[in-house]
Design a protein around this ligand. Structure first.
Ligand SMILES: [Zn+2]
Length: 201
């Protein structure tokens, strides 16, 4: 396989990128000067060195090199200890955080459970979620399931409710100010705020 095909194959694995777009990226790189590609490879190399995964909420964050494996949100004990919001991806956490409406803790599930999925535990971080809940159980009162407003999101919420039943915690879902089909990352701050305030228990 030549390097054009090889790189096209790699870019095709990116979310939402098809083979034709992938090939456009490759030709774009070829059209740029060597500094650009050098900067790109450097940035990619640094990514894995500088960004680590939080042991508590599982989100990716820039490590300060302190050896502490908790992100700034999880290690902030002025936040509301009684709430844990479960979101599908890092980008959703950022959207909710930007809306400024929520002051509790988060957990990044890492995806969703499609309908009829036989092995949900391979699609989402359910085991890590249970560990985090165990750790926070002393103060935790409510788990907010902030899923995307689509079929997979609803299915994931149902799956989680069942899994979290034994904890006897209040579970709530975001209010349907989010219109059907909306993914959290595209929801504007006001909508997110109202969806949080009108969450259903
Ligand atoms: Zn964290």
């Amino acid at each position: 396989m030549n390097s054009i095909d090889k790189l096209t194959e790699i870019f095709s694995k990116f979310p939402g990128i098809g083979p034709r777009q992938a090939k456009r990226f490759v030709y774009y790189l070829l059209s740029r000067n060597p500094n650009f590609t050098q900067e790109l490879t450097q940035a990619i190399n640094n990514l894995k060195k500088e960004i680590v995964q939080c042991s508590e909420c599982m989100r990716f964050y820039p490590t300060a090199g302190t050896g502490n494996n908790m992100c700034n949100i999880c290690s902030d004990d002025t936040r509301d200890q009684s709430m844990l919001m479960v979101v599908p991806r890092d980008i959703d956490l950022e959207a909710v955080e930007r809306s400024g409406s929520y002051k509790g803790y988060y957990f990044v599930l890492g995806g969703a459970v499609p309908i009829l999925e036989k092995e949900p535990e391979k699609k989402i971080r359910i085991n890590n979620l249970q560990e985090t809940i165990n750790k926070r159980q002393k103060d935790l009162k409510e788990i907010i399931l902030a899923m995307n407003a689509n079929q997979d999101g609803e299915n994931t919420a149902e799956y989680l409710k069942e899994k979290l039943m034994p904890y006897k915690l209040q579970t709530s879902v975001l209010g349907r100010g989010l219109s059907t089909g909306t993914e959290l990352e595209y929801a504007d701050p006001e909508t997110l705020k109202s969806a949080f305030l009108h969450r259903t228990k």
